[in-house]
Design a protein. Structure first.
Ligand SMILES: C[S@@+](CC[C@H](N)C(=O)[O-])C[C@H]1O[C@@H](n2cnc3c(N)ncnc32)[C@H](O)[C@@H]1O
Length: 202
C-alpha cells in the first residue's frame, strides 16, 4: 500500500479527520490576507485550509496525493460556493511556476528528510517576492502524546529545521512549544508543535 493509499483509507472513514474549520495558526493570519492574493496549500488533505483561504477571496491552488482527500475537498468547496484549483499529485514530483504565490501554507505535512528538502525547495521557489510561508507541524516532544502526528521521529519538525530549510527567507516568527489542538477527531488535546511565519524578500 502506498502512503497515498493509506491516506485514502484514512479519509474514507467518514468524518473530516482534521475537521472542516481551518488550522488555527493559519486562521490567525487573516489580518495579513487580501482578496486576490494567490495561495498554495501544500498537502491540503480534505481541503479545510484551501477552502477557507478561497472563502477569504484568495485564488487557491491546493495539492495532495490522496484522491479521496481531494474528492472531499471538492465537496467542501462546493458546499461553500468556492472553486479552488485542486490538484492530485505527489509533492516530491510536483512542479510549480517560480514566484507564483503570495502565500504558501505548510500545515501538518511531515515528510522523510530527503523528501522534506525537495518540497521545501518547491515551497521557496513558489513564493513570490514579499510572499509569506506559514508552517505548523509536530515537533519531537509530541512523542507519547495522543493528539496526532507521525510516529517516525525523522518526520518531525524543529525550529532549527525551519531555519535550515527556509534559509534566505525572513523569519517573522518561529515558535516551538505546546498548543491546544481542537481540529476534528485526529487532532485533539495538548500538542507539541513548531509554528513559523516567514517572508521572501520583496
Ligand atoms: C496530517 S495530513 C494534513 C492535511 C492538511 N494539511 C490539514 O492540515 O488538514 C497530511 C497530508 O499530507 C499529505 N501528503 C503526505 N505526503 C504527501 C506527498 N508526498 N504529496 C502530496 N501529499 C502528501 C497526505 O495525503 C495528507 O493529506
Amino acid at each position: 500500500m502506498s502512503d497515498a493509499a493509506a491516506w485514502d483509507a484514512r479519509y474514507a472513514e467518514g468524518a473530516f479527520a482534521f475537521g472542516e474549520a481551518p488550522n488555527r495558526y493559519l486562521e490567525s493570519l487573516l489580518p495579513r490576507l487580501r482578496p486576490g492574493m494567490r495561495a498554495l496549500a501544500l498537502a491540503d488533505g480534505e481541503g479545510r485550509n484551501g477552502v477557507w483561504l478561497a472563502r477569504q477571496g484568495l485564488s487557491v491552488t491546493a495539492v495532495d496525493w490522496s484522491t479521496t482527500g481531494i474528492a472531499k475537498a471538492r465537496a467542501l468547496a462546493v458546499r461553500h460556493g468556492v472553486a479552488p484549483d485542486l490538484v492530485t499529485a505527489d509533492l516530491t514530483r510536483w512542479e510549480t511556476p517560480a514566484a507564483a504565490f503570495d502565500l504558501v501554507a505548510w500545515i501538518f505535512l511531515h515528510l522523510p528528510p530527503a523528501d522534506r528538502a525537495v518540497v521545501a525547495a518547491t515551497a521557496r521557489r513558489a513564493l513570490a517576492p514579499g510572499g509569506l510561508l506559514v508552517l505548523e507541524c509536530f515537533s519531537p516532544a509530541q512523542k507519547g502524546r495522543r493528539s496526532g502526528g507521525p510516529r517516525d521521529p525523522a518526520l518531525l519538525w524543529t525550529a532549527d529545521l525551519v531555519r535550515e530549510h527556509f534559509a534566505g527567507l525572513e523569519i517573522l516568527e518561529c515558535l516551538q512549544g505546546t498548543v491546544l489542538l481542537d481540529e476534528g477527531p485526529k487532532h485533539q488535546g495538548h500538542a507539541e508543535v513548531v509554528r513559523a511565519l516567514l517572508r521572501k524578500a520583496p
